[in-house]
Design a protein around this ligand. Structure first.
Ligand code: GAR
Length: 204
């Protein structure tokens, strides 16, 4: 599989950083070809530039609708010969043009054990629901929000005195380990999709 990655972000970019670090240390054999943010103030853009990676702000305001925006993303990613797209704190729904152009090659990381707590504020949802275990998930992106085939997950215990901040911080530690691992699997393993299941001989 083409090992050139695009990372789509909207903010801080700590998951982007974990992917950059893994490619730089050689633990992930891939290259971040481009980082795109829908927000001009995303701190992740500076992280990318610091690592010598092209970083673009593409404003949704410049496009009539989501499909128009996503068609522009497809153009940008194709021009850079991107093989896999990683959503990393990208707070926009992915539309049909992007899904179609990168079918089964778009990953997302989410701060809960899906299918529990999809959507916004997953850590707050988990805390308020009262679960004893939450965690992080990397999944393939489909047209259903946070519901594509699951590539990897990691559990995180919810502690008695947790706040949204303390729980989020522990989940983030797992995310930073998990995302490079998921990308490695998608690039290297001879995986298949059976029903909802992401199957790989290595993952068992
Ligand atoms: C991460 O916790 C990620 O799982 C979450 O946003 C944060 C981004 O942090 N994504 C979602 O909630 C998507 N629904 P980062 O910008 O530091 O990587």
């Amino acid at each position: 599989m083409n090992r050139r990655l695009a990372i789509l972000i909207s903010g801080r970019g700590s998951n982007l950083q974990s992917i950059l670090d893994a490619t730089q240390s050689g633990s992930l054999d891939a290259k971040v070809a481009v980082v795109v943010s829908n927000r001009a103030d995303a701190a992740g853009l500076a992280r990318a530039r610091e690592a010598g990676v092209e970083a673009l702000h593409v404003s949704p305001r410049d496009f009539a609708d989501r499909d128009g925006y996503d068609r522009e993303l497809v153009k940008i990613l194709r021009a850079r010969d991107v093989g896999v797209v990683c959503l990393a704190g990208y707070m926009r729904l992915v539309g049909a043009p992007l899904l179609g152009a990168f079918e089964r090659r778009i990953l997302n990381i989410h701060p809960s054990l899906l299918p529990a707590f999809p959507g916004l504020d997953a850590q707050r949802q988990a805390l308020e629901y009262g679960v004893r275990v939450s965690g992080a998930t990397v999944h393939l992106v489909t047209s259903d929000l946070d519901a594509g085939p699951i590539v990897v997950q990691a559990p995180v215990a919810v502690l008695e005195d947790d706040t949204v901040d303390t729980l989020s911080a522990r989940i983030l530690v797992e995310e930073h380990r998990l995302y490079p691992e998921a990308i490695r699997l998608v690039l290297d393993a001879p995986w298949t999709i059976e029903g909802r299941r992401f199957r790989t001989p290595r993952a068992g």
